[in-house]
Write a protein that binds this ligand. Structure first.
Ligand SMILES: Cc1cc2nc3c(=O)[nH]c(=O)nc-3n(C[C@H](O)[C@H](O)[C@H](O)COP(=O)(O)OP(=O)(O)OC[C@H]3O[C@@H](n4cnc5c(N)ncnc54)[C@H](O)[C@@H]3O)c2cc1C
Length: 285
């Protein structure tokens, strides 16, 4: 079965290593102080796509990211690991998008791609942390969805069987194609970059990167496409700030004080003390 697979990949600031300089005084993230990375669970999603492709020769993986010009880095990263093509969705009209407007724009790009069997995305992005985009894209496209995917068990006759994480266990579900899967961090880690692919695609650039660098087009560029609002036929009123019903009222910095943390060692006495304390303050029991 030859499948068309789309992987949604977001470039995120590496919030796992937040230091003092990583927060602005107003409580927002100082993105320039943090390295920009491939959202971790989107790498898990890419690995699932690569496994499907291996089991179904002739399948094709297209990465889709919405973001500024530099988000093309995640597309190249995906190409190094085995994706076939990348689409950067970028336009000033998308700026200030909440999850609803983001999902609308991504869904518009997916409609333009046209033929697809499976859309894979991470469960959640480490900067926004809402886990809303996958389900909202599925809703916008009228697709069934399976969230918290940790393993694809079987894929045949236009049906997929998936193991998904649930509280205290796993659940096995079956769903028809086309569908959207959100993949969580319990799924297999993504394979590393392939040296041959790295050499082949490291010079692949999007149209705006080429325009900024002034470098002439090269053969590798053909795997990267850049679309804007007009090219996906999107409705400006549903994009960016104007398409975002979420209004952030207040952002507060929560700073943990040293006195709020306590260290315990692993000996019996310390564990007993910890349990007594948790019982006393009703955290457990
Ligand atoms: C009022 C408001 C204004 C905002 N303004 C801005 C702004 O100006 N600039 C800005 O960068 N952010 C802005 N944000 C944040 C932005 O809305 C979220 O980062 C975005 O919608 C994704 O949500 P999330 O990070 O919670 O993703 P989640 O829902 O946690 O992501 C789930 C999965 O969806 C996919 N996904 C999510 N986003 C993308 C993407 N962009 N491209 C491809 N795949 C994706 C990934 O696979 C990801 O793992 C704003 C948010 C609000 C509420």
């Amino acid at each position: 079965m030859e499948l068309n697979i789309i992987v949604l990949a977001k470039q995120v600031p590496d919030t796992r290593n937040v230091g003092r300089q990583a927060m602005n005084a107003d409580g927002t993230v100082n993105r320039s102080a943090l390295p920009a990375i491939f959202n971790p669970e989107d790498l898990n999603a890419l690995e699932q796509a690569l496994l499907i492709k291996e089991a179904n020769p002739g399948s094709r993986i297209t990465l889709l990211t919405m973001g500024p010009s530099r988000a093309a880095d995640v597309l190249r990263e995906g190409l190094y690991r085995g994706a076939d093509a990348g689409i950067l969705l970028s336009d000033r009209a998308f700026a200030g998008a909440d999850t609803l407007a983001t999902s609308y724009a991504l869904a518009a790009a997916i409609r333009k791609i046209g033929k697809f069997d499976i859309i894979l995305c991470g469960r959640q992005a480490i900067d926004g942390d809402t886990a809303q985009v996958g389900p909202q894209v599925a809703r916008e496209l009228g697709l069934p969805q399976v969230t918290y995917t940790r393993r694809i068990m079987q894929l045949e006759n236009n049906k997929i069987t998936v193991e998904r994480s649930i509280e205290n266990g796993v659940e096995v579900v079956e769903a028809p194609l086309p569908l959207l899967l959100t993949v969580d961090g319990a799924a297999a880690a993504c394979r590393p970059r392939n040296a041959y692919r790295l050499l082949r695609y490291c010079r692949a650039a999007t149209a705006s990167e080429r325009a900024a660098s002034g470098k002439p087009a090269n053969a590798a560029d053909s795997v990267l496409v850049e679309w804007n609002l007009e090219s996906v036929g999107g409705d400006a009123a549903r994009c960016g700030l104007s398409g975002s019903p979420t209004k952030v009222k207040k952002v507060e910095n929560v700073i943990f004080q040293a006195k709020e943390s306590k260290r315990y060692t692993a000996d019996d006495e310390q564990i007993k003390e910890l349990v007594s304390e948790l019982l006393a303050n009703h955290t457990i029991g």
